[in-house]
Design a binder for this molecule. Structure first.
Ligand SMILES: [Zn+2]
Length: 355
């Protein structure tokens, strides 16, 4: 494993399922809190205290932290800071490309912070470009609809989805490449959101809803049939339906899998029960991702380490899975080809030597 640890670190990596707000490191949370004079809202003013607070205990605690982090994002400069810090973290792990999910609706319409979509787009763009110049890393955005904020006493309201689509379309020249759907699946089936996903697809955005995480195969069927999903966020519970597995395999619809997140949120009790290696062996197109890394005490390298230690992946298999994340990325063809060529050149040199 020591050799594989180094191999994983050196491997040029990409990830397509990670939430920008959920990727903010404790150090950055402290910076934001100090800047906005909100330190008293946090359980401590040291990185250790925050790291301790970040430790995953249960879903309500996870949501509480998430909301507290969101509340600290108040200006364009804040978004520039978190995008830039995200780039620094990519450089640290040798991640060449990240497609990050952002939920603008929760910062604009849902909260009274006076923040506009222009502020958010401007901040994200500034941070992304600075990170690119300084670290040579590429970032793109997926704007996702918070599914649970789309239902009220009168049932489904299209407002959050319509607004998010409007935001995503406004950001197409600033790195927005995809349209997503996130949150707790029960009570919020995909079909309601079909209107927005059809329009997103028509406009050329990649459709990447979360499904098959907190609910089973039906939710994934909905994502495929009702939303014409180009990739599935999680999708692991497709394992419960052979017919669905056959379809995902035949169409090679990529799954964005996050093993540690699934254990933390109780989708599986332990890694030994996680279906990742089975889905891969059956010929589904799998990718490995970190979802909300500091909140699950992981990072992308840690997720590849899970493949090595828990599922017995060797260097060649780690590289095969790692390549998938570049191959399914939603960025423009030219840059994607460059990243894939870089990866292939590295793999050609390195993998044979490691096996
Ligand atoms: Zn997610």
């Amino acid at each position: 494993m020591t050799n594989l640890t180094q191999f994983i670190q050196d491997m040029p990596k990409a990830e397509v399922h990670i939430h920008l707000e959920g990727a903010i490191q404790p150090e950055t949370v402290l910076k934001l809190a100090k800047h906005h004079h909100q330190l008293d809202k946090l359980p401590g003013d040291t990185v250790d205290a925050l790291r301790n607070w970040f430790t995953f205990t249960d879903f309500p605690h996870f949501v509480k932290i998430y909301v507290a982090i969101q509340d600290l994002l108040r200006t364009a400069a804040d978004f520039a800071l978190i995008a830039y810090e995200c780039g620094a973290d990519m450089a640290r792990q040798n991640i060449r490309y990240r497609e990050l999910t952002v939920t603008p609706y929760t910062h604009t319409d849902h909260q009274d912070k006076g923040l506009t979509i222009d502020d958010i787009l401007q901040g994200l763009e500034e941070g992304r470009q600075r990170a690119k110049e300084e670290f040579g890393v590429e970032m793109r955005w997926v704007f996702d609809v918070p599914r649970n904020l789309s239902f009220g006493d009168n049932g489904y309201s299209p407002y959050a989805a319509t607004r998010t689509l409007e935001f995503a379309l406004a950001g197409r020249d600033k790195g927005v490449v995809g349209f997503g759907l996130g949150g707790w699946e029960p009570g919020a089936p995909p079909r309601h959101f079909a209107h927005a996903f059809a329009a997103a697809k028509e406009a050329g955005l990649l459709c990447v809803p979360h499904a098959g995480e907190t609910l089973g195969a039906d939710s994934v069927w909905g994502a495929v049939n009702e939303l014409q999903a180009d990739r599935i966020g999680h999708g692991v519970r497709a394992i419960e339906d052979p017919e669905l597995l056959a379809l995902l395999k035949e169409r090679q619809i990529p799954l964005e899998i996050n093993p540690t997140s699934n254990i933390c949120l109780g989708v599986y009790r332990r890694l030994a029960e996680h279906p990742f290696p089975h889905l891969d062996r059956m010929g589904l197109l799998v990718t490995v991702n970190s979802d909300d890394p500091p909140l699950f005490n992981t990072d992308l390298s840690g997720e590849y380490a899970v493949l090595a230690t828990e599922f017995g992946y060797d260097a060649a298999n780690l590289a095969r899975v790692a390549r998938n994340a570049f191959a399914v990325a939603g960025l423009e063809a030219e840059t994607k080809q460059r990243l894939l060529s870089e990866f292939d050149a590295w793999a050609k040199q390195t993998v044979a030597a490691s096996t």
